[in-house]
Design a protein around this ligand. Structure first.
Ligand SMILES: [Zn+2]
Length: 260
């Protein structure tokens, strides 16, 4: 992993299938939480690690990402940064960001990448200096978020943006442990993709052992995730959609997943 020598990351399950993530710099003591599905789970994680929370980054307004925010902020006094688009929806934000904004959290320069589609406010957070990103409910391992507020074209444009902006070695955290079901679906799209077959086996082994399948990497997702591969000729061929645009192919894949 491309983590710097002083960064430690703690990921832990919250609610049914959400993840909490704490990112900590051992030198400065900076500790960043990404989303707060459950305040108690975060308090426990902070106790387990001995870290003191300094910042909370929010990816989007959905309940299962912010419902613990008020309580955790009250208990820790951490600075809360989230999407400007949800200024009215998310209580307790100290600072808001729009696409392309940079925020400093201790030694970390964190980039806000607007990736609307699942929701209109969705922000993916990227820390280039340590090669880590959190893609919220936009990009999952072997999947992408359901399109609730935007449209499928918007979601494809957001995923394309991540393809452009996140280097292959970027370590990807995301909001949910959906990978096993995503793997089953992905194999219906590209059954002959060896990278997908290998990842599906790995995921089955990890889940059987009770282990998380996240984080993943951009390289792994580019090789196996059909939602990111909508522009690949092999996917067009597998779907019998040669000559169609990546947007059309993404729309077909997302529609099939919605109906699966
Ligand atoms: Zn969501």
């Amino acid at each position: 992993m491309a983590l710097s020598d002083t960064t430690e990351i703690h990921q832990f399950p919250c609610l049914d299938d959400n993840y909490g993530v704490l990112l900590h710099d051992t030198e400065s003591g900076t500790t960043i939480a990404i989303d707060v599905p459950h305040a108690g789970a975060y308090e426990q994680a902070l106790q387990d690690t001995g870290w003191t929370l300094t910042h909370i980054l929010i990816t989007h307004h959905h309940w299962d990402h912010v419902q613990g925010l008020g309580e955790l902020k009250k208990k820790t006094g951490a600075t809360v940064i989230g999407p400007e688009r949800s200024r009215q929806k998310i209580a307790g934000m100290d600072r808001t960001v729009e696409d392309g904004d940079d925020v400093l959290c201790g030694p970390y320069e964190v980039k806000a990448i607007a990736t609307p589609g699942h929701t209109l406010d969705q922000i993916s957070w990227h820390i280039p200096s340590i090669g880590v990103a959190h893609t919220g409910d936009t990009l999952f391992s072997l999947g992408c978020g359901r399109v609730f507020e935007g449209d499928k074209e918007m979601m494809w444009s957001s995923l394309s943006k991540l393809l452009r902006l996140l280097p292959d070695e970027t370590v990807i955290y995301a909001g949910h442990e959906y990978t096993e079901a995503n793997a089953r679906f992905s194999l219906t799209i590209e059954p002959d993709n060896p990278a997908l077959q290998a990842r599906a086996r790995e995921v089955a082994d990890l889940r059987a052992a009770g282990k998380p399948t996240l984080p993943t990497t951009m390289a792994a997702e580019k090789a196996a995730n059909p939602f990111l591969r909508a522009g690949e000729p092999s996917v067009a061929k597998a779907l019998g959609m040669e000559g169609k645009s990546a947007t059309e192919i993404f729309t077909e894949i997302r529609t099939r997943k919605d109906n699966a």
